[in-house]
Design a protein around this ligand. Structure first.
Ligand SMILES: *Cc1c(COP(=O)(O)O)cnc(C)c1O
Length: 350
């Protein structure tokens, strides 16, 4: 493990040299700031349609509203085409292909490895403990000087549990590189976000998304929170207009109406509890794992046949039985009361 000797981290020393040296693309909208009435700078079609103008490349209106809700500065936010964009950009900015590595814990969200593979960046997997928590004995044995980024997902997908907070902080403190905490499911959790910890730990990056609690998976909008220094690097290499006008408008609307998200979350948490207790009554269910997310990982007697049976009944769950530590496990998203009832009724007939 590339252990931390000093308390400060020189972020620029972690960035790929070509990224550090390059000049970013400068769009018309980057170069002009201020009030104007006649825009002849971007070769747009002048005739009004809702979308004849390019969007704000840095989405300041969205970020100002989001910053107020999350308690950060707008400059500490990067917005992308889903969380997938910041995941990819972090790897591209910080990991030299065919040389550097990222560490992931298994089982976890698949995109970290896919993004690393696409970029020819080595992946160092470390198994979680049998109760799906960080293994602080194994982790230091896996790192080396090539490890630039660690991805931790909490609450974790597909297991649904939180990683222990003190263990995460232990990794953040000891590692000289970026620690990315993916909080896609944080709104469903009783635990607090790691965003406030960014003040203390300059190597901390937090990912959240509009795809789950906010109910906007179809929009594709992911959030990345980090120091201004890290955000500037991601902005430097992103596509100039990576978030379209419609998405920015609908995000602002969602942020102006946080209560809608809160109502959904309350409803889903109630349903999660009910679904958990219904599942536990079924003889085919061996274990329902504790969840801080909007899904349940469920160990059944025979995952593949149960999956097939549900599919024949036009109910789709996720078969995770071939994933590390998840033998005979299905991942079941919490649906509406009617949908959950249909699932339970179908399983009772099996
Ligand atoms: C669903 C999910 C996301 C969201 O990805 P988007 O690209 O923002 O839709 C991110 N991380 C994890 C762990 C997820 O399960």
């Amino acid at each position: 493990m590339c252990a931390r000797k000093r308390n400060t981290i020189d972020i620029n020393s972690l960035v790929r040299r070509n990224v550090l040296a390059m000049k970013p693309y400068s769009s018309a909208r980057d170069e002009f700031h201020g009030e104007a009435e006649v825009f002849l700078d971007a070769n747009e079609n002048p005739y009004p349609s809702p979308f004849n103008r390019y969007p704000d490349p840095l989405q300041w209106k969205v970020k100002e509203k989001l910053a107020a809700i999350k308690g950060v500065d707008p400059k500490q936010i990067f917005l992308g085409n889903g969380s997938d964009e910041p995941i990819d950009l972090i790897i591209r900015a910080f990991c030299e292909p065919n040389q550097d590595s990222v560490m992931i814990t298994e089982p976890t969200y698949g995109m970290y490895k896919v993004a690393a593979d696409v970029n020819a960046v080595n992946v160092q997997p470390v198994l979680l403990t049998p109760d799906f928590d960080l293994d602080l004995d194994a982790i230091p044995n896996t790192f080396d000087a090539t490890t630039k980024v660690i991805f931790l997902c909490s609450p974790n997908n597909p297991t649904g549990n939180l990683l222990t907070r003190t263990k995460i902080l232990e990794v953040v403190k000891r590692f000289y590189g970026l620690v990315v905490i993916d909080e896609a499911y944080i709104d469903f959790s009783k635990s607090k976000s790691f965003i406030p910890e960014m003040k203390k730990y300059p190597n901390l990056v937090v990912l959240q998304t509009f795809s789950k609690a906010w109910g906007l998976a179809g929009l594709r909008l992911g959030m990345c929170f980090a120091s201004e220094e890290i955000i500037n690097i991601l902005n430097k290499i992103k596509y100039p207009y990576n978030v379209n006008i419609k998405t920015q408008e609908l995000a602002i609307d969602a942020l102006d109406n946080v209560y809608r998200k809160d109502i959904w979350v309350d409803e889903i948490l109630k349903e999660r509890k009910a679904l958990e207790s219904e599942l536990e009554k079924l003889p085919l269910v061996e274990k329902v794992f504790p969840s801080d997310a909007n899904f349940l990982l469920v160990r059944v007697k025979d995952a593949q046949s149960t999956y097939q049976y549900l599919m024949n009944n036009r109910i789709i769950v996720r078969d995770r039985s071939r994933v590390n530590l998840c033998y005979n496990c299905l991942r079941i998203t919490v649906g509406t009361p009617e949908e959950n009832k249909r699932l339970i009724e179908a399983l009772k007939q099996l």
